[in-house]
Design a protein around this ligand. Structure first.
Ligand SMILES: [Cu+2]
Length: 174
């Protein structure tokens, strides 16, 4: 539950840090700086930002100019903290954004209307050609989610993958 004070604090933090966050988000060096430390993690339907000290494994996901992710289907257990390493093997910018199918489709439409839109969240990695970017994500909600490249044209070309978060046995018996 977000209190009014929390919301206010978040708004202040965002306004104070928005510019450098955005500038850094599209830089050539990926997502390896602790610049998000000041923002409290926000629970999303597809999980929450993970603690790098609790990573259980790293999953490499390669991105290519054929508009495909490899692999394009991953399975994790609910409760796992995973490092998703987005590796750009192409010659153009790609990104990996986690979300629900609905959220990603809506976001892709927004990107089409505002191609210059800059954004950065802990569930995104914007990766320049030949670079890699990490997402540390705690999958604490079961379900079927997606990851996608929302760069205009890429999503429509089918640059989408699937994440299944298997419920823990404790959750299923509840
Ligand atoms: Cu792409």
């Amino acid at each position: 539950m977000v209190t009014r004070i929390d919301a206010l604090r978040r708004a202040l933090l965002v306004s104070a840090t928005a510019w450098p966050l955005m500038a850094a988000g599209h830089g050539p060096h990926g997502h390896d700086t602790p610049r998000r430390a000041a923002l409290p993690p926000e629970q999303k339907p597809w999980g929450i930002a993970g603690d790098p000290a609790r990573i259980s494994r790293t999953i490499d996901i390669r991105m290519g100019d054929d508009m495909r992710f490899r692999p394009d289907r991953i399975t994790v257990r609910q409760g796992e903290t995973v490092r998703l390493r987005a590796i750009n093997r192409g010659r153009v910018m790609h990104e990996l954004v986690i979300g629900t199918p609905e959220e990603l489709a809506a976001h892709a439409e927004l990107m089409k209307k505002h191609p210059g839109m800059e954004h950065d969240e802990p569930y995104m990695a914007h990766v320049a050609p030949g670079q890699r970017g990490d997402i540390v994500w705690h999958f604490n909600r079961p379900g079927n989610f997606q990851f996608a490249c929302l760069i205009p044209g890429h999503f429509d070309a089918g640059m989408v993958g699937h994440i299944r978060v298997e419920p823990t046995s404790q959750e299923t018996t509840r």
